[in-house]
Write a protein that binds this ligand. Structure first.
Ligand code: SAM
Length: 265
């Protein structure tokens, strides 16, 4: 997969040289390129922002440096000449669709992702319209809060997407049972020693009975999701529930309806 990130703070993205994503770059699984937006300006001051039309606080990122930068990365991404699908342009924005694991899986299938890191009050809206001619444009939010710039959002998204690219995580099994992979949060995990500061690992995990361990873990998933993220449990696909799941939910005070799980009373 090719990834291009455009930012006025390219050094912010240095963390993408570390750990599994850094290794995936070294191994050639991720071709990740970071570009300085100011390299696409033409004036002496390398200006990337100006005052907003209509007035108001703050500055807005100018359209032309963005157009130059995005045209350049679109062309670089197509240098293989395969004339394939259009690259996806992800524009981090608190006004975008919220990033999810499902979105990470979809984006991990793409050949070329481009990230446009906004700063100040954001990017001149016409850049998004213009980009639609050569990119599949997606404004994406990391969550319902406001950051100073898109870089932190890009670090999170590249890590979440990159680890789903085949080969990046050594044992693909570890991706299967994670939180959000099946609509539930992950069960609690423990390692040695089995007794630590008067706290013991649950006996079932030491039993060697794999069937019982799987059942315990599933109950823990349901319980943890009910407590921490009841919104996820309420929209969980009931057709995925086993008889044992339904019994566990009933014991936790939930009714399983035809199309949803609902807290009793
Ligand atoms: N005025 C904008 C608004 O209210 O929608 C916020 C601009 S914010 C200060 C500057 C930049 O930070 C945005 O252009 C975007 O790139 C990034 N940003 C801020 N919050 C974000 C979030 N929740 N998710 C993704 N990017 C975010």
């Amino acid at each position: 997969m090719r990834i291009d990130v455009v930012s006025i703070f390219p050094e912010y993205l240095a963390a993408l040289d570390l750990s599994l994503i850094g290794k995936a770059r070294q191994d050639g699984l991720l071709d990740l390129n970071v570009h300085d937006l100011r390299d696409f300006t033409t004036d002496r001051h390398r200006t990337v922002d100006d005052t907003p039309y209509g007035g108001g606080a703050g500055m807005v990122m100018k359209a032309e440096p963005w157009a130059q930068a995005l045209a350049s990365v679109a062309e670089a991404g197509n240098s293989g000449g395969d004339g394939g699908t259009r690259p996806v342009l992800i524009v981090p924005s608190p006004a975008g669709a919220v990033f999810t694991q499902t979105m990470a899986y979809e984006l991990a299938e793409e050949k070329h992702l481009v990230f446009a890191c906004g700063r100040y009050e954001g990017i001149d809206e016409r850049v998004l319209e213009w980009s639609g001619e050569r990119f599949d444009v997606r404004p994406v939010s990391l969550g319902d809060y406001v950051l100073n710039g898109g870089e932190v959002a890009v670090l999170a998204m590249v890590e979440a997407i990159g680890r789903l690219v085949p080969g990046v995580v050594g044992n693909p099994e570890s991706l299967v049972e994670e939180s959000h992979s099946d609509g539930l949060l992950e069960y609690p995990v423990y390692t040695k020693p089995s007794s630590w500061r008067d706290r013991n690992v649950p006996d079932i995990l030491l039993s060697g009975n794999h069937g019982k361990i799987a059942q315990w873990r599933r109950e823990q998933q349901l319980q943890r999701t009910a407590v921490r993220r009841p919104d996820l449990l309420e929209k969980f696909d009931v057709s995925q529930l086993t008889k044992a799941d339904k019994a566990a939910l009933a014991a936790m005070g939930y009714d399983v309806m035809k199309d949803r799980i609902q807290l009793r009373g």
